[in-house]
Design a binder for this molecule. Structure first.
Ligand code: SAM
Length: 246
């Protein structure tokens, strides 16, 4: 990408979430707190959310995107390592990156290299990876353009980016059961299972960010601006898979 000396507007994936934070600094503090405090319960809550289908879905999505054995893979927003684990199972040589110390300490169980950093500022040389994955974290970055420019920069020419995200259902009718499931059922089951308040806080924030997130076309536009020709596939009406090639 061409370096530009004039500042350009940030393309935030979230319109506004005043109930959680007022500005960028507040957002980072909030996210560090939320993901730090819920890291130990994240895998449990995620299992409830996907009825245990999470590993299978992540692995198949990576396979569909073209992850092959021996590829150097960067998993951005690795969290507890749920995407990374599947990339490793497919034979990838995986490095995980996340800004949350709490999440990274959970990911250490998987014994793969980890780096603490933001997706918008990747601490790697140009063309270091064959494949970049990012699972269910698009809604948390400050600037989509900065994220995708960085992903493009660290990919080799011909390399692939695979970004997975939950997208708000197009029909209001379909949104209602999803909202009830996420905001009522998952938190209650998590609480009954002795997971305290983690389920409620994570799911409430999840739902609010899904609702506030820009439309898929804005994500595709941003990928395009970064020089990553992308396509989007939709699974079950809510799982968006953005697959882009440098
Ligand atoms: C919902 S978890 C997703 C974890 C994992 N990828 C998965 O598939 O379950 C979201 C993760 O995004 C991370 N995150 C938040 N802001 C980020 C940023 N700007 N760059 C990279 N990761 C970020 C959080 O720390 C958290 O671990």
């Amino acid at each position: 990408m061409q370096e530009s000396s004039s500042p350009r507007p940030a393309h935030s994936p979230i319109k506004e979430l005043p109930r959680y934070f007022a500005d960028e600094r507040g957002r980072r503090i909030f996210l560090d707190g939320l993901f730090g405090e819920t890291a130990a319960d994240y895998d449990f809550v995620e299992k409830l959310l996907g009825f245990g289908s999470g590993p299978w879905y992540r692995r198949e999505a990576l396979r569909r995107a073209g992850l092959k054995p021996g590829m150097r893979v960067l998993d951005v927003a690795t969290g507890t390592g749920l995407v990374a684990r599947e990339a490793i199972a497919l034979g990838g040589r995986v490095l995980g990156l996340d800004p949350s110390a709490g999440m990274l300490s959970e990911a250490q169980r998987l014994s793969f290299p980890l780096v603490r950093a933001l997706g918008e500022k990747l601490p790697f040389a140009d063309a270091s990876f064959d494949f970049v994955s990012m699972g269910f974290a698009l809604r948390h970055v400050a600037d989509l353009d900065a994220l995708f420019e960085e992903i493009r920069r660290v990919l080799v020419p011909g390399g692939t980016a695979c970004v997975l995200e939950i997208t708000h259902p197009r029909s209001a009718l379909a949104a209602v059961p999803l909202r009830i499931f996420m905001s009522r059922i998952v938190p209650v089951v998590a609480r009954l299972a002795g997971r305290g308040d983690a389920g409620r806080r994570l799911m409430r924030f999840y739902w609010d960010t899904i609702e506030a997130c820009v439309a898929p076309v804005a994500v595709l536009d941003s990928l395009e601006r970064a020089g990553l020709g992308a396509r989007r596939a939709v699974i079950l009406g809510i799982f968006s898979e953005y697959v882009a090639t440098r």
